[in-house]
Design a protein around this ligand. Sequence first.
Ligand SMILES: Nc1nc2c(ncn2[C@@H]2O[C@H](COP(=O)(O)OP(=O)(O)OP(=O)(O)O)[C@@H](O)[C@H]2O)c(=O)[nH]1
Ligand SMILES: C[S@@+](CC[C@H](N)C(=O)[O-])C[C@H]1O[C@@H](n2cnc3c(N)ncnc32)[C@H](O)[C@@H]1O
Ligand code: SF4
Ligand code: SF4
Length: 320
Amino acid sequence: MVLVDDFGREVTGVRISLTDRCNFDCVYCHNEGLGDTRGPMDPSDEEMSADDVVRFLEVVEEYGVRKVKFTGGEPMLRADLEDIIRRTPDSMETSLTTNGTFLGDRADDLVAAGLDRVNVSQDALDPEAFAEITKSGAYDKVMEGVKAAVEAGLTPVKLNMVVFTKTAGYVEEMVEYVAENEGLQLQLIQYMPELTGRPDWNIDIDRVHRWLTDLADDVEVRDMHHRRRYYVGKGMVEIVDPVENPEFCANCHRVRVTHKGYLKGCLNRNDDLRPMGEMTREEIRETFEAVVENRVPYYGEYLVRDGDGDWVINEEYIGV
Ligand SMILES: Nc1nc2c(ncn2[C@@H]2O[C@H](COP(=O)(O)OP(=O)(O)OP(=O)(O)O)[C@@H](O)[C@H]2O)c(=O)[nH]1
Ligand SMILES: C[S@@+](CC[C@H](N)C(=O)[O-])C[C@H]1O[C@@H](n2cnc3c(N)ncnc32)[C@H](O)[C@@H]1O
Ligand code: SF4
Ligand code: SF4
């Protein structure tokens, strides 16, 4: 039986952060709401074990969850990623979001383990801009990784580009690139300043919508978050625009899991974290039910507009 929250949102997917370690240091990184990715790169005892992750997935499968996204930090820093994917319930669509550095060597193994799809972060087709944004020299590795993912059959491979002041000038080139290259799609992610600050990096995402509306052969609205998808040439460009967007939050169907085994109802909040204790099946069930019961849309419910039009915390949730 699928769980539904008080706002009529069914929970059909989970998004699991397997680690908060990362080999990049992207200037904009929200780390899925968990703070800094910098620090030791060695495996940490605090991270959920493969057994914990698999037990969690088996329990939420009972609640009709049919999609799992593995993310991080950089999830490919986990040497047991293939093992986790191999043991993920067959009923689930399994996808991965990665910076792509390690895909060149492991794309085939991931497919053999049962991975269905991959999103690779790629903010620019220019090595210098890439290095400035990610603080890494891995541009060529990422290009190789994307190629390996396409060749391994993980198509369509979605390239994730965060749109902000430092990348806005590369959007057109990226759209052309996916329009010309079969097997690639593009996801333009609106820069989210909520957890990272720097609102001066924001750009007007509506301008990008308008530009793509004129350019596209076809436009579609996805159920998830009511995201718009623009079909351009051989490619598809999807806009992820969560900032100050109540329609996006009203169509949010995922619960998040932190690398330490806490459940989280919303990316933008850390005051709703719930530990799953020793992660027994019963503890997982109880925590999952409690998190869904307490989930609220961030924009439009947790944050509401005041008389001046500014977003403020809804009084109902102050001190809760
Ligand atoms: N605020 C908010 N941002 C989200 C949400 N889902 C995705 N995003 C943003 O989009 C980024 C990229 O998401 P991905 O991990 O590639 O996955 P996705 O696009 O949500 O999922 P698919 O399109 O199904 O692959 C996230 O890291 C966030 O910045 C969400 O529920 N809320
Ligand atoms: C946190 S990363 C984790 C997975 C992996 N390390 C990667 O970069 O793909 C997941 C996605 O979040 C996006 N992201 C990170 N910080 C963001 C921000 N402040 N605003 C919008 N998207 C952001 C990244 O571009 C990436 O596509
Ligand atoms: S690669 Fe991903 S997790 Fe690492 S710093 Fe960049 S956005 Fe954050
Ligand atoms: S409620 Fe909104 S901000 Fe929170 S996770 Fe869902 S879509 Fe993102």
